[in-house]
Each structure stands twice: as structure tokens, then as C-alpha cells.
Design a protein around this ligand. Structure first.
Ligand code: AMP
Length: 702
């Protein structure tokens, strides 16, 4: 690979590694700031990665330069004193709320009375995240703590280091006559998860059949409190910093000055701030923010108004709960009432019946809501919503609308409790209750609703990704009898598609057909889908509980359809990332004759039925073996996770503790109790050289 660095630079790197490391750290920090805070990257991702790789390589070769503030530590590698209690020297207060403009005016009136005139105030967005206190000492981030009860929080330093827009070192600058403090300083703000990232996180969880977070705020708080900071590092968290615990540490005179200094020191400061001199300006700012709320990338729940001058803040002081010099104007809740016209039932791909509220359309939080999922039968009964009820609909920003509950006083006298139908609304087969998952299911193999959902799943982006084959065309194909299972797609001819009746007529009253051009395109897309990797095929088949990641795990353990069909439930459950429930569902699926017939037809059409051995996937020479890693791998400089991933890529299982079932223990330098246990149990121990031999050849040493 071509080097980004000149000969002299490389020579300097070897002769004066300390200097090179420091120069790289500064450069990487600068680019991180440009990317995450300024949103104005100067170099490509590839060039950035290259700088980071060089830094990591140098740091591994020269552990004497270890520094927790190094940008290389943002991956969440080091384990810290996580979640121990932290006492806040200055209490982290809450804020008093103003629920409407009258209450906001009342607070502004109090300010006027207190000083005999209205004094300038700073208006900021009230970020709906999780509060955070960041302590810097001599310019370096040394501690991050949550608010907790305001007096005592939790130490989340290791996790916060992974949040890219938090400077690990303050930038050396002075603004408004303020320089960086020499000693310790505690800054405060909010950690949040952007709305889009929250939705993506929940979509991924859903795909895996796991419960998601209720809202972006919970997602931010939950991600921050991960025991494994590597998980935090993978979550898209950001911050807005807006306060200092003790303004004397900075000698800042006002909130406005503080914000300026924070920006210059490298923090992410929210751009929507305004210095207001009159109450009318404050109200105007609140109104503007309320209007723009949905367009923001993150959730806000109001506007915080703060007396600007720190000396005047001190004058007003605090109540037991909150500062007197600030108020949180809360936005009106995003809730509306509307009529529940009907509760319909949708049949999903796995046959699960989902009740759906059909509403009199209503605008909530800027968008029209006409339908909302009621999730399952229990939910309908728990909320006790009945057809004819006036219900409360809640929608926060971009988040999916939700039925909060009925307004009981408006319930019609004859409203009946809702009952799940006893037969599938699509095919009329009797339905079965699955108590484990609290769902009612149609178990008929021939249910057309399920078939349609399965077909859509097969063509979807994460499965076979067949472009152009969307809901409408699939619906027409099913209706016309051309397609009823996924293998039928591969039987379609150009004639079938070109003449497909789209169910609409043109102005002359003739039926509209799909046409030759689209037919050619679709056929090409269908044909191309045969090259999708085997893991996508496994996912696309739509077995219950098998999301994308699970499908990949299954394929790592059983890289071909033949191997998978021969697998027992126990063998499957043994694969890392696959458990008993999934194993049961896979085996049941593969023992259903209709499914096998579909799979055989797919195979005959040339759809991939085994993982490619070349490229990313390695031969699974370690399948069935369990490894435990201990000590540090100094020769290769690999972390244990990296080493474990190498073994897993060859089909091995990697476990955290030694037992009689362990096949091998890999012991690096300074191996600990796991080594002793391996010896005691007679488990063979491999040194790093043997481990490297396996990684290179895929074979166990003789
Ligand atoms: P509450 O928890 O409703 O009493 O509101 C107080 C919390 O609002 C604080 O603890 C902060 O975490 C949060 N907050 C969000 N944005 C701001 C802001 N711009 N200024 C002050 N506090 C804020």
C-alpha cells in the first residue's frame, strides 16, 4: 500500500517515536474536531484511518507512551473504574419548569422585580438527553460522571472517552480574555443520541427480535452505561456542553462568554443560542424553536432561559432543587385526541397477528397520523382501547406514533372490549396463541398474507436486495398467481412480467401492464440476486428469530445449506450468537417439507447455497473447538478481542472461562488464573507462537 508519509517522516517515526506519536495525536484530534464538531472534514476517511493505524502501531510498539487521552483510546479498549460512585462537589441541580407562556412570563416578571429591571438572559435549547459532568485537569479529560441524584453520580469516564465530539484534551486558545485553566475544571452538558441513529438502533434490535429503547433519551443513557465501552463506542452518541460547575475556575463573567470559551476549547456547543434583552424576544425564540423542533436532528423538550451575568446569578442563588436564575420553558406535549374507528389485524411474515388502530386522521407533532400499531392482544387489553373510543395519540418528533389510552369519559355506552379474531383474517385458518412471545399466530403454510410478507422480506435490501421488486409488484404477482413462494421469482419469464396486469386502467380504459422495459430490468435484478452471499439467503428465508446478524453467525458455524440441514439443535445452539430458541426455530423450519422443496428449487436456479471460501470467509477449520484466551499477546500486539475474532473467523467458539469443555487455552505473557485452571483440568495450553501458527495456516500445531 502506498504510504501517506515521506521517507523523513518515517525515519523520524522510528528515531523519535515519542514526538511522532504526539504529532499524530494532535493531528488526529484536529481532524476529529473538524469532523464531529465543525462538520467540515478536511481529509478523507481513508486518510484519517491511515493516521490512526500508524498511531496505534506506534503506541503498541512503544507502550511507554501510553496515554488515556490518546485518540486511539476512543475505541473503548481500556477497562476503567466503571460505574463507581462519584460525589459531585457542586450539586447538579434540576431546573424549574414553566409549562406555558404565562408561567414563563411569571418567571421573567420575578427577574424584573428582583433587579428592578429586566436583565439580559441567554436562551438555549433544552436537549432531551442525559446530563453529564466532564472534569479536565491540566487540560486533559480525567473524569466523566452522570448526574445520578444530583449529589452522587456514576463514573462513566471510559464510556465517555468513546464519544467522538468530546475533546480528550482542551484546545489551547483564549477568547474573551479567558485562557484554559491550569488546574481542574468541571464542565457540564448533555449526551444525546440523534433521532436517526436511535431509529436505526431500534430497527436493528427489532430485526434480532430484541426489545428496543423507548426513546432517544433512554437510548443515550443506556448506551452510556454499557459495561463494555466497546458497545458505547459503536453507538452514535453526541454532546452539547453548556455549563461550568464553578465559574470561578474560569473567571468567566457570563453564560455568553462561557459558551464562547467552550466553543474555542473544542466542545460541541449548540448553535441555537440567543442573548435576549426583552421578554418579548424570549417568547419569540421559544416560538421559533417549537416550530423547528421536528426538523432538528435530535430531541429537545423545551428552551432553557438563564440570567446571563454570573454575578447576577449568584445574587439570585438557588432553591433546594433548582437555580432561581434559570427556567425551563417546556414545549406543549405532542399529544392529540382522535376517534378510534376500527382495530384491524395484520398478518406478518412469521404469521404473527398484529392489531392496528385505524384512526380518524389527526395531525400530531407536525405529521398526519391515521394508523398506529397496538403491538399485540395483551397491549390492547392493558390499554383497554375499544372501537368507538376517543384515544390519546402520542408522537414525539420522528418517532412512531403510539396510542396512550382511551379518554374514558367519552366512551360510548355500547363500546365492546376488543377480541382477537379466532381465525386468520387472511386465510381463515384457526390461530394459535404463543405464550412465550405473547403473540397470536396463524400457522397455516398456505396463508397468502404470510406468503406476501415472506416474498417482500426475500427481496428486501438486507436480504436479496432485488431492486424494483417492491410491494406493489409483489402484490400483483401474488394476485395473478404467478408467484406464491420465493423460488417462483426465479421461474418468471420476460413475457410473464411484461404482461403483468397492474390492476389499473389508462385513460382509454385499457389495463395498464408492467411493460417490456421494466420486465427486462426486473429479470436482470432477479438474476443478479443469485450472487448474494449465503448468509443473506439464510436471512432471506425468513425463519423466525433469525435476523441479519444471527444469519451471519449461523453461516459461520455451518457454511453451507447441506451442513445446516444436517445440524442438530444442540450443534446449532452451540454456535456463538445462536441460542436454544433460534436453534429450535431453524431446525423446525428445515424439517418442514414445503420449505425444503422451496430451498431445493432455489438451489436448482443457482441461488448461493454455500458461503464463499475465498475472500472474507475463511475455511472453518476450527469448527467445533472452544478457545479461551489469557495474558497479553505481545509478539503480535493483538488485543484479546482481535485474537478471538481471528479464531472465530475460522469457526472456533471463544469463551471467557476455562472448563472441561475448553479445547485449548491460548496463554500470552503474564497469563493469570485461567492458565492455572487449564493446567489443573488438563486442558492443552498453546503459547503465542502456536496461536500465530493457527492464524496463519488455519491448522492446529502438530
Ligand atoms: P429537569 O431534569 O427537567 O429538571 O431539567 C434539568 C435538566 O435539563 C438538566 O439536568 C440538564 O441535564 C438538562 N438540560 C438540557 N439542556 C440544557 C441546557 N441548555 N441548559 C441546562 N440544562 C439543560
Amino acid at each position: 500500500m502506498e504510504s501517506l508519509f515521506s521517507e523523513e517522516e518515517l525515519a523520524a517515526a522510528t528515531s523519535k517515536p515519542g514526538e511522532r506519536i504526539e504529532a499524530l495525536r494532535r493531528e488526529i484530534e484536529r481532524h476529529t474536531h473538524l469532523y464531529y464538531v465543525e462538520d467540515a472534514p478536511e481529509i478523507s476517511d481513508a486518510a484519517f484511518d491511515s493516521l490512526m493505524r500508524e498511531l496505534i502501531a506506534l503506541e503498541q510498539a512503544h507502550p511507554e507512551f501510553y496515554d488515556p487521552s490518546s485518540p486511539s483510546q476512543r475505541v473503548g479498549g481500556a477497562v476503567g473504574d466503571q460505574f463507581s460512585a462519584v460525589r459531585h462537589e457542586q450539586r447538579m441541580y434540576s431546573l424549574d419548569n414553566a409549562m406555558d407562556f404565562d408561567e414563563l412570563d411569571a418567571w421573567m416578571e420575578r427577574v424584573r422585580e428582583y433587579f428592578g429591571r429586566f436583565v439580559p438572559v441567554v436562551c438555549e435549547l433544552k436537549i432531551d438527553g442525559s446530563s453529564i459532568a466532564l472534569t479536565y485537569d491540566a487540560g486533559r479529560l480525567v473524569r466523566a460522571a452522570t448526574r445520578g441524584d444530583g449529589t452522587t453520580g456514576e463514573d462513566v469516564t471510559v464510556n465517555m472517552r468513546t464519544v467522538r465530539d468530546v475533546p480528550l484534551r482542551l484546545r489551547e486558545q483564549s477568547v474573551a480574555g479567558l485562557t484554559n485553566p491550569a488546574g481542574a475544571i468541571e464542565l457540564r452538558g448533555e449526551v444525546y443520541m440523534p433521532k436517526r441513529s436511535f431509529e436505526a438502533l431500534n430497527a436493528a434490535a427489532e430485526e434480532e427480535g430484541k426489545a428496543g429503547f423507548a426513546n432517544p433519551r433512554n437510548a443515550a443513557a443506556g448506551s452510556l452505561r454499557q459495561k463494555d465501552a466497546k458497545i458505547t463506542a459503536m453507538r452514535d452518541l453526541s454532546t452539547f456542553i453548556y455549563a461550568v460547575a464553578d465559574s470561578r475556575a474560569l473567571q468567566a463573567g457570563s453564560q455568553w462568554e462561557l459558551l464562547e470559551w467552550l466553543r474555542a476549547a473544542g466542545f460541541h456547543v449548540n448553535p441555537d443560542v440567543r442573548l435576549c434583552h426583552e421578554p418579548a424576544e424570549v417568547r419569540e425564540f421559544c416560538r421559533e424553536c417549537l416550530e423547528r423542533r421536528d426538523a432538528l436532528a435530535y430531541d429537545i423538550d423545551g428552551v432553557v432561559v438563564k440570567v446571563n451575568d454570573f454575578a447576577l446569578q449568584d445574587d439570585m442563588g438557588f432553591t433546594a432543587r433548582a437555580p432561581r436564575w434559570a427556567i425551563a420553558y417546556k414545549f406543549p406535549p405532542e399529544e392529540k385526541t382522535t376517534l378510534l374507528r376500527d382495530i384491524t389485524v395484520q398478518v406478518g411474515r412469521t404469521g404473527a397477528l398484529t392489531p392496528v388502530a385505524e384512526l380518524e386522521p389527526v395531525t400530531v407533532a407536525g405529521s398526519v397520523v391515521a394508523r398506529a400499531t397496538l403491538h399485540n392482544e395483551d397491549e390492547v387489553h392493558r390499554k383497554d382501547v375499544r372501537v368507538g373510543d376517543t384515544v390519546i395519540v402520542h408522537k414525539a418528533g420522528d418517532v412512531i406514533p403510539e396510542i396512550v389510552g382511551p379518554v374514558l369519559s367519552l366512551r360510548p355506552a355500547d363500546a365492546q372490549p376488543w377480541e382477537m379474531p379466532a381465525v386468520c383474517p387472511s386465510c381463515g385458518s384457526p390461530v394459535v396463541r404463543d405464550d412465550v412471545e405473547v403473540v397470536i399466530r396463524c400457522e397455516s403454510i398456505d396463508c397468502p398474507a404470510q406468503a406476501t410478507e415472506r416474498l417482500k422480506h426475500w427481496t428486501s435490501r438486507n436480504a436479496m436486495d432485488i431492486e424494483g421488486l417492491g410491494d406493489e409488484i409483489i402484490g400483483r404477482l401474488v394476485e395473478s398467481g404467478l408467484v406464491s413462494d420465493v423460488a417462483d421469482f426465479y421461474h418468471l419469464t420476460e413475457y410473464d412480467l411484461a404482461t403483468l396486469d397492474m390492476g389499473r386502467v389508462n385513460k382509454d380504459g385499457e389495463p395498464i401492464r408492467l411493460g417490456g422495459v421494466m420486465a427486462k430490468k426486473l429479470l436482470a435484478a432477479i438474476d443478479e440476486s443469485k450472487t448474494r452471499p449465503f448468509a443473506r439467503v439464510v436471512f432471506g428465508l425468513g425463519m423466525r428469530h433469525v435476523g441479519r446478524t444471527t444469519a451471519e453467525a449461523i453461516v459461520r458455524g455451518f457454511p453451507s445449506m447441506d451442513a445446516l440441514r444436517a445440524a442438530t439443535e444442540e450443534q446449532l445452539a452451540d454456535v456463538d450468537g445462536v441460542g436454544g430458541v433460534i436453534a429450535h426455530s431453524v431446525v423446525a423450519f428445515l424439517n418442514t417439507p414445503d420449505n425444503i422443496q422451496v430451498i431445493d428449487r432455489l438451489a436448482r436456479h443457482g441461488v448461493a447455497m454455500e458461503a464463499e471460501v475465498a475472500g472474507d470467509a475463511l475455511p472453518q477449520t476450527l469448527a467445533g473447538l472452544t478457545f479461551v484466551l489469557t495474558g497479553s499477546l505481545v509478539q503480535s500486539g493483538m488485543t484479546r478481542t482481535e485474537a478471538g475474532d481471528k479464531l472465530k473467523a475460522m469457526g472456533a467458539k471463544v469463551s471467557g472461562s476455562v472448563s472441561k469443555k475448553t479445547s485449548y487455552v491460548v496463554a500470552g505473557e503474564a497469563a493469570g488464573s485461567k492458565y492455572d485452571k487449564a493446567v489443573a483440568l488438563g486442558v492443552p495450553v498453546l503459547d503465542e507462537a502456536a496461536f500465530l501458527h493457527i492464524v496463519e495456516t488455519g491448522e492446529l500445531p502438530a
